[in-house]
Design a binder for this molecule. Structure first.
Ligand code: MD6
Ligand code: FE
Length: 213
């Protein structure tokens, strides 16, 4: 079958210190998805409530030493899952290897994440423009792996009003951003309906961070 994406499936520099690597994690996708199933069995996906009282359309869970959570009190990293009262599931070995390899390819050596936030999008789910600002370590990049249905990733600037560029992210694509791009606004447009052989009718996104001091 001809590869209709061939022309655009090259590494893209998004901005200083930020890259999109098409298909970078495709070979590990099955293993990553199997691991997500195990994590979700112990720490189920849930729709968090924002401090403003809105229920997020994206369902989330975490693994690692802490997890990103939100409620009426605010956003934070918590060592315990508030739903179960237990620590988050351990970060699987494949998560460390894939994220470190991607970070290194982007020029960030020795990336060892302590948290992986797992986002699940069904059709219509979206993520408003935001900055990832709840982590302690802004010297470390964030590595983001897309699995399943494709989505439009919005890549903004340092101000909320900067008009974002739009990139389609597909199954196995990896975005790494750090350095001068670490505090850029970004988001995900409402997911279009569809089915993907690996995930069915959803998109999963793994974001690896160094969140703890
Ligand atoms: C997503 N990603 O792609 C949402 N944050 O589903 C993020 O919010 C994100 O992709 C920080 C770094 C990379 C990301
Ligand atoms: Fe983010």
């Amino acid at each position: 079958m001809p590869d209709l994406f061939a022309a655009s499936r090259e590494t893209e520099g998004l901005s200083d210190g930020a890259f999109l690597f098409p298909g970078f994690a495709e070979g590990q996708a099955r293993a990553l998805l199997a691991a997500v199933e195990g994590i979700a069995a112990a720490a189920p996906f849930r729709h968090l409530v924002t401090p403003g009282g809105h229920t997020m359309s994206v369902a989330m869970t975490n693994c690692g030493e802490a997890g990103w959570v939100s409620d009426r009190r605010g956003y934070r990293y918590d060592g315990l899952d508030p739903e179960t009262g237990k620590p988050w599931p351990k970060m699987p070995e494949t998560f460390f290897t894939v994220s470190a390899r991607a970070a290194q390819t982007a020029g960030y050596e020795n990336f060892v994440p302590d948290v992986c936030l797992i986002n699940r999008y069904v059709p219509g789910a979206k993520l408003h423009l935001h900055i990832d600002r709840d982590e302690h370590r802004f010297d470390a990049p964030i590595v983001s792996v897309s699995l399943g249905l494709s989505a439009v990733f919005m890549w903004g600037g340092l101000e909320r009003t900067d008009k974002p560029a739009r990139y389609r992210v597909h199954h196995g694509d990896v975005v790494v951003f750090g350095g001068p791009s670490r505090r850029r606004y970004h988001g995900v447009s409402p997911l279009k309906p569809g089915t993907h052989p690996a995930t069915g009718a959803c998109r999963l996104n793994l974001t690896f961070r160094k969140a703890l001091p």
